[in-house]
Design a binder for this molecule. Structure first.
Ligand code: BGC
Length: 247
């Protein structure tokens, strides 16, 4: 089955129709810069443009970098605050005329990795982290997602983890890989104390350069790079919509 996957990020909104059995894009990915300010109305307009680009009429799975419960956005750590309380599912559905399933961006990336990537058929506790502007998290037990974990907001040395150890911290502060990896290690150590995962999957744009920092990460659990990198959001959103929206 094909479902349109859309990934709403801070700098770009990307979409592609996805074959949800294989994860393959059936048409080339289309990207439009995120409008500024990224208000619900402006973002929904861009999503509608992507839908028109593909002349899409079916189901849509869509990511958003916030806590999402029953379509409603509940937090806004790195997004426009006017999103809080907005039913993103209803808004995008009204703009596009298509059924929409909205979920957290890291949850979507995690779903893609668990179904078709680095965590495929893995049993036990798996934690997926995306390192970007913030730190996203998704936790699975025997392949089952516990949605809306926000582990990037865990406090370490009196600061939220995503304000010390995100990929953006590395570039903004000009940190050496080793220094940044030390900060990530502190974060992962906390995660291990609390959840005892069997596997960490490290995603987000920075995972493209995993050979620079993965060998510096010291965890009790096995640790591997994500396999889908910046496609994971689109693919995971489509797969999740396939499971959540009625046929
Ligand atoms: C948000 C999460 C999101 C993560 C990655 C955090 O700031 O609170 O919901 O998954 O950034 O985008």
């Amino acid at each position: 089955m094909e479902i349109l996957g859309i990934d709403i990020g801070g700098s770009g909104i990307k979409g592609a129709p996805v074959n949800i059995d294989t994860g393959e894009f059936t048409m080339e990915r289309h990207r439009i810069p995120t409008p500024q300010p990224a208000t619900p109305e402006a973002v929904a307009e861009v999503v509608a443009e992507i839908v028109q680009h593909f002349k899409w009429q079916g189901k849509i799975g869509c990511t958003f970098p916030a806590v999402i419960k029953k379509g409603v956005v509940h937090t806004a750590a790195n997004v426009d605050h006017t999103w809080i309380g907005t039913n993103g599912e209803q808004l995008i559905s009204a703009k596009t005329g298509c059924p929409v399933y909205l979920l957290n961006d890291a949850d979507a990336a995690g779903v893609a990795e668990m179904e078709l990537g680095a965590g495929k058929e893995y049993q036990g506790t798996v934690i997926v982290h995306t390192f970007g502007t913030g730190i996203g998290s998704a936790i699975f037990f025997d392949g089952q997602l516990l949605p809306n974990t926000e582990f990037g907001h865990l406090e370490i040395r009196c600061k939220e983890a995503e304000h010390r150890a995100s990929a953006q911290n590395r570039t903004d502060e000009g940190l050496k890989w080793k220094t940044w990896a030390c900060r990530v290690n502190e974060f992962l150590a906390q995660m291990e104390t609390l959840f005892w995962p069997d596997l960490f999957i490290i995603g987000g744009g920075v995972s493209r350069k995993h050979e620079k920092f993965l060998p510096l990460l010291k965890t009790r659990a096995e640790i591997v790079p994500a396999q889908m990198q910046n496609q994971a959001g689109i693919i995971g959103a489509a797969i999740a919509a396939g499971k959540q929206l009625d046929s």
